[in-house]
Ligand binder design. Sequence first.
Ligand code: MN
Length: 231
Amino acid sequence: MASFTDFLFAPPTPVSLPILGSDQRFPVHRVYCIGRNYGDHVREMGGDVKRSSPVFFMKPADALWLDGAVPYPGATTELHHEVEMVVALGSGGRDIASADALACVHAYGVGLDLTRRDLQNRAKADGAPWDSAKGFDASAPVSALTPASVCGHPLHAALALEVNGTPRQQVDIGEMIWALPEIIHELSKLWTLQPGDVIFTGTPAGVGPLLRGDRFHAALGDIARLEGHIA
Ligand code: MN
């Protein structure tokens, strides 16, 4: 068993998220994301609404970004916003039944699945992985978390994004193709879910560009809000 004195250099600081009303922080393990989870967004991207199997991808835990100034990433000319409900797991497991899934959820938040759309479109055309389109530095601005013990487990809530005061995306989370218990069930068939896992649950229609200087305001009902700008 290695002690900390054995590290070649200082290990990275654990990624963690603030919890509203608490001095404790939520330590992050992994960030899972589901794609194509609202029908109107699937259609705007030119896809067919299918329920055969969900599309999952990951972002690095340290892509989570809490500073209000979000750096415009390099290597793209088409940075897109995707507002999403964010879910933080307090427990996990494998092959979790849908009926047991919500008991794993500790807290809810709202975030942006920032996307280099030009790189994603190229990756789709080439049949290549999405990592450089989705998992770049600061690609997951996220709010503070609200515990389910405070807000319950919302079946319906308004998920909304304004950019420079203009509405861009709005939906009720009840319209998700894969509801949260199904997302957790499906993820747990593919990975062993752990306390500290964070899930981005998909975006509705209205994705579009963010430019330097744009101000964004995202909200999940009165549960969570996220404000910032592109620097
Ligand atoms: Mn997304």
